[in-house]
Design a protein around this ligand. Structure first.
Ligand SMILES: Nc1ncnc2c1ncn2[C@@H]1O[C@H](COP(=O)(O)OP(=O)(O)O)[C@@H](O)[C@H]1O
Ligand SMILES: [Mg+2]
Length: 259
């Protein structure tokens, strides 16, 4: 009797709140007549609402892992369940649809269109998603406000902004589709320490107030300590998975950061 419904259970272990589940992910690249193994036996889960840092030295496989988490690349082996869906098995058009609706990306190099206005940069994901112009405005304003960019900057061209402001625009662009998951690859890597705090403060606020799920990739212990949980990666394998019970609190101190 207790097992009567077990045949109906999905293969995945049921978790009310699981955002990401990786099982035995591997990534290999052919190199000449041999192979380079970049990720080996990577398995972990991230629940909705977690703020997790993935930390490791340069070349440890962080960006490769982020590309897999963001459906920009597929693993050579293993299972990836995103919100319970086995995404590794999906055709590219369905992966692209999930990517644009459910995932927001923030990169080290901001990747903004330099001569387009802030507003236009943040509008683009909505344009690609086919949202009508008249309904876009409210979404754009909400995202820019959440990312903390003052309204007097919204009509500036993005190349007229400071580094910290550019990263705020990139965060707004990542948020505008209201993604379930925010992925950030070395988002403070091009910023000085004080400006980096501005970005970390934004992530902490998005996590605490908006309960966003955030995966922050970094090679710096100091940056990782702003997250609730730290996964250490080395030579393509997860070596440690640590709860950070007392995350460092980002503080905006420098007037030059111009938040
Ligand atoms: N397309 C590729 N072909 C072969 N090797 C690659 C490729 N992409 C990445 N690698 C290798 O995988 C390793 C991890 O790279 P990456 O994920 O960018 O590390 P990280 O972001 O931690 O610096 C590096 O040794 C890199 O040279
Ligand atoms: Mg990298």
């Amino acid at each position: 009797m207790a097992f009567a419904s077990s045949a109906l259970l999905p293969v995945a272990p049921v978790s009310d709140n699981c955002m990401i589940e990786l099982r035995e992910i591997e990534k290999r690249y052919p190199t000449g007549d041999t192979e380079t193994v970049v990720l080996r036996d990577v398995s972990f889960r991230i629940d909705a609402g977690e703020f997790v840092a993935i930390m490791g030295p340069s070349g440890s496989g962080k960006s490769t892992l982020m590309h897999i988490l963001g459906l920009l690349d597929a693993p050579s082996h293993g299972t990836y369940l995103l919100e319970g869906t086995d995404v590794a098995a999906l055709p590219e058009d369905e992966r692209a649809a999930i990517r644009s609706r459910r995932i927001g990306f923030v990169f080290q190099a901001f990747n903004l269109l330099p001569r387009a206005t802030v507003f236009r940069n943040v509008a683009l994901p909505l344009v690609y998603a086919g949202m009508a112009r008249r309904v876009r405005r409210a979404h754009i304003e909400r995202a820019l406000t959440a990312a903390g960019l003052p309204a007097d900057r919204w009509q500036h061209r993005s190349n007229q902004l400071s580094g910290g402001q550019m990263q705020r625009v990139a965060i707004a662009r990542a948020l505008v589709n209201d993604p379930a998951l925010l992925l950030a690859d070395e988002p403070t890597g091009n910023l000085d320490t004080a400006t980096g705090e501005v970005v970390l403060e934004t992530f902490q606020r998005l996590h605490q107030e908006a309960h966003r799920t955030i995966v922050l990739i970094t090679h710096e212990q100091y940056v990782a300590e702003h997250a609730q949980r730290i996964l250490h990666i080395r030579d393509g394998a997860i070596r440690e998975d640590i709860r950070n019970h007392a995350p460092r609190i980002a503080r905006i101190t420098s007037p030059h950061a111009h938040p």
